[in-house]
Design a protein around this ligand. Structure first.
Ligand code: NAI
Length: 330
């Protein structure tokens, strides 16, 4: 099995190379820094599979080229697959496998890190103290203990987030069509009820046609004043223009975003010398009560190891024609 990896950073290379041993020792991997595109897809000629990440656009044009050069498998080293044209992959007979779960706790811990940081203004305190400004003015936060957390989507990551919030002494409201029996402390309710009663709202549902812009002007208007909103799921869950309007209307005590619309040109690039060509990102970054991180929820050693092992296992099982059904997108 020969795999061409796209969009790789040093931490990807390290975690995969470290695990290319034992039963995986015969898998050959070449790493490219550049991402997959109609211009670079042809480089996969001679490989059995390509491996791409969360911001890689695998559209019909790319899929057509991959199929033409003999690639049979697209390995996603992430859970979400909204970046892949699934119908096109079916049409060109490509199998798409993913890593459905690697460390839900990694993402949930990042979500709560964003919530606590924006609540206690750690981002501002850090800068102030570095400048010898030891004043506390403007840094007042609120206790999470005794407040209400609203968790939208109680799958793997949402479940971990519910447990963390429960551990902090919060009342937990949950919204999901599937009730998770392992969360006896969580109170399932309608989305409207969750929106209007939560002090902290955290999004953990996937991006689908149904969930796109779940958070919009109307849903924001139903939220409590002074709510904290956290999104570590997908940028498209929030209509950013409506969010910005809400921030300007002083609706939010804080907003923490690990994902946002327009992030694709930014993740995981160093663009410190660039002038950002779109205004949404720049506007989000201009607010003192907004913290943005660059899709790093997954970035823990444990999660990287989990991603590497499942991806290699997917490659191995595909080579032997046995596919773990949970990992199959198509
Ligand atoms: P999961 O599939 O285990 O859980 C998703 C849950 O959302 C399911 O229980 C489903 O019933 C529920 N859901 C679907 N539509 C809903 C709706 N309209 N309202 C309420 N609930 C709804 O997925 P998992 O592993 O928990 O991941 C959640 C999301 O986190 C992924 O889709 C992905 O977008 C994101 N993610 C972000 C990462 C990061 O680095 N920031 C890393 C990994 C995943």
């Amino acid at each position: 099995m020969k795999i061409l990896f796209y969009d790789t950073k040093q931490y990807d290379k390290d975690s995969f190379k470290e695990n290319l041993k034992g039963k995986y020792k015969d898998i050959i991997i070449d790493f490219l820094e550049g991402d997959i595109s109609p211009r670079t897809a042809g480089l996969a000629a001679g490989y059995d599979a390509v491996c791409v990440f969360v911001a890689s656009i695998v559209d019909e044009t790319v899929i057509k080229i991959l199929s033409k050069v003999g690639v049979r498998l697209v390995l996603l080293r992430c859970a979400g697959y909204n970046n892949v044209d699934i119908n096109a992959a079916k049409k060109y007979n490509l199998t798409v496998l993913r890593v459905p779960a690697y460390s839900p706790e990694a993402v949930a811990e990042h979500a709560i890190a964003l919530a606590l940081a924006v609540n206690r203004k750690i981002h501002k305190a850090y800068i102030k103290v570095r400048e010898n400004n030891f004043s506390l003015v403007g840094l007042t936060g609120r206790n999470f203990n005794g407040k209400t957390a609203g968790i939208i989507g109680t799958g793997k990551i949402g479940t971990a987030m519910c447990k963390i919030c429960n551990g902090l002494g919060m009342k937990v409201l949950a919204n999901d069509s599937k009730v998770n029996e392992n969360l006896p402390f969580a109170q399932y309710c309608s989305l409207n009820e969750l929106l209007s009663n939560s002090d902290l709202i955290s999004l953990h549902c996937p991006l689908t046609d149904k969930t796109r812009y779940l958070i919009n002007r109307d849903s924001i208007s139903k939220m409590k004043d002074g709510v904290i909103l956290i999104n570590t799921s997908r940028g498209g869950l929030i209509n950013t223009n409506d969010l910005i309007e809400g921030i300007r209307d002083r609706k939010f005590f804080g907003v923490g975003l690990d994902v946002y619309e327009e992030e694709n040109n930014n993740v995981f690039e160093n663009r410190e010398d660039d002038i950002l060509e779109t205004s949404i990102t720049a506007r989000l970054l201009s607010f003192p009560n907004v913290i943005v991180t660059s899709h790093q929820g997954f970035l823990t050693r444990e999660a990287l190891k989990g991603i590497a092992i499942t991806t290699l296992e997917n490659a191995l099982k595909f080579g032997g024609d046995i596919i773990i059904e949970d990992n199959r997108v198509i």
